[in-house]
Design a protein around this ligand. Structure first.
Ligand code: ZN
Ligand code: ZN
Length: 178
């Protein structure tokens, strides 16, 4: 996906609006709704300001109960691109160089802005490392694997018994077993 910049390039201060809906094809991510991207580009002279938003819904797997759930992404985008002015530097051996802000900006061709990396980076950086289907997900019982959101299992009930009662419980169990 590309935005053509010839018109934007023609004049400093010029603005360009871009809106698109599409479903990205990434092997490891499943989109429930298309990605909706809305951008405003401003020609700042040497740079282009790219500002806007990205909205979509993904299918993620809860890190506690292992169930799939829809996760909504609502991302603010703000990047500064540099027109294709190469950053030149003469570095001697062993010389220490100081990086300036400009070293971290994306370099842009006059003809077009290729959007795919911007879209993919923003999506991936905003997916939680440990997704949760809900903040209070109880997860699975480590002993029997029961989904504790649905029902408590016998082992999780036992684990909750006040330790002070344990000798009595043991006594009763032994008595009952004979
Ligand atoms: Zn969960
Ligand atoms: Zn259990």
């Amino acid at each position: 996906m590309e935005i053509y910049l010839a018109d934007l390039y023609s004049e400093v201060g010029k603005e360009l609006f871009f809106e698109e809906e599409f479903i990205p094809q990434y092997e490891d991510l499943f989109f429930v709704t298309p990605v909706h991207i809305k951008l405003k580009l401003v020609n700042l002279g040497r740079e282009v300001l790219v500002k806007g938003s990205l909205r979509t819904k993904l299918k993620l797997i809860c890190s506690r109960c292992l169930k799939e759930f829809p996760y909504e992404l609502n991302i603010r985008i703000q990047e500064v691109y540099l027109w294709d002015i190469p950053i030149q530097r003469n570095i001697g051996p062993g010389e220490i160089i100081e990086l300036t802000k400009e070293d971290f900006k994306f370099v842009l061709e006059k003809e077009s802005l290729f959007l795919d990396p911007l879209v993919e980076d923003n999506i991936r950086l905003n997916i939680p490392v440990k997704p949760l289907c809900r903040p209070d997900c109880k997860g699975l019982c480590p002993v029997c694997g029961q989904d504790l959101n649905l029902e408590e299992c016998e082992c999780s009930k036992k684990a909750k018994i006040d330790p002070r009662w344990e000798p009595l419980m043991k006594f009763l169990n032994e008595k009952g077993g004979k």
